[in-house]
Design a protein around this ligand. Sequence first.
Ligand SMILES: Nc1nc(=O)c2c([nH]1)NC[C@@H]1CN(c3ccc(C(=O)N[C@@H](CCC(=O)O)C(=O)O)cc3)C=[N+]21
Length: 288
Amino acid sequence: MAVLMEGRVAVEHLRGLLKDEIASLSARHKRRPELRCIVVGRNAAASVYLKSQAKVAQELGIGHAVVALPEDIRPDDLIGEIAALNNDPSVTGILLQCPLPSGIDLEKAASFILPARDAEGIHPANLGRLVLGEGRIAPCTAQACIELLHHYQVKLYGREAVVVGHSSIVGKPLSLLLLKEFATTTVCHIATAEAHKLEDHVRRAHVLIVAVGKPGVIKGEWIAPGAVVIDVGINKCGESLVGDVEFEAARQKASFITPVPGGVGPLTVMLLMKNICELFKESLKLQS
Ligand SMILES: Nc1nc(=O)c2c([nH]1)NC[C@@H]1CN(c3ccc(C(=O)N[C@@H](CCC(=O)O)C(=O)O)cc3)C=[N+]21
């Protein structure tokens, strides 16, 4: 039976550090960091994220406001909203929440966020730094997975890491962070599944990280004995939340596994706040 990797526990240390640092910066500079979150339309996982953000921001003394936009917004109008936040001197960081409606391209929209206000590091300049291994601000969920592996002292060097999902905010940046740790990294995606190869890759993973957004997409019996399983999925199932991995069956085979909720999620939120704190410090340096 696997040990649970509890983000809820791993996050506590960071919470204390950030709270103290933000309190002292805010007192010294007589202003606080401000996060602005742009949300287009409605989505279950996104609402869970927003709720957590608002709660943690308040605990840490970070201002938080949502810019809620209609599902049918025109791309140019979304860019206008981003520009307004870029030009507002009180704003520290901007988060453009996914998913976006089908007519709007995340990568393109993200390129309009001022790199110095990019809360997730998804502007091309920030992603470029991540490729070069010198990124300070990386997408929070990808960072959260690495943080959790470090917290539970999981070895990555020379191990087979398999990432399922190749999104710009999780799978791709995460694969870069895993490479930085010298894991041998495979990224699976929709075409892997269509070629009936997903099971083969999952079976040989020492470390498996799943970020798809489909409950049960990874069968518990595919998990290699002793593997480490990180489930990034946040899916609403009635009133409760479930991940992408068949949890009960996977738990019998893995050595470590994240629960959903209580796994990656709480760390994602805290690392978003850490990014905001980093951007805040940078902006104060530029002013002085
Ligand atoms: N640009 C962008 N970046 C994201 O990182 C992003 C996004 N868009 N869109 C939506 C998804 C979803 N997501 C979550 C993060 C944390 C929790 C979270 O805090 N979960 C807690 C609380 C759950 C609860 O309330 O019970 C947990 O898992 O324990 C949930 C969901 C980030 N996402």
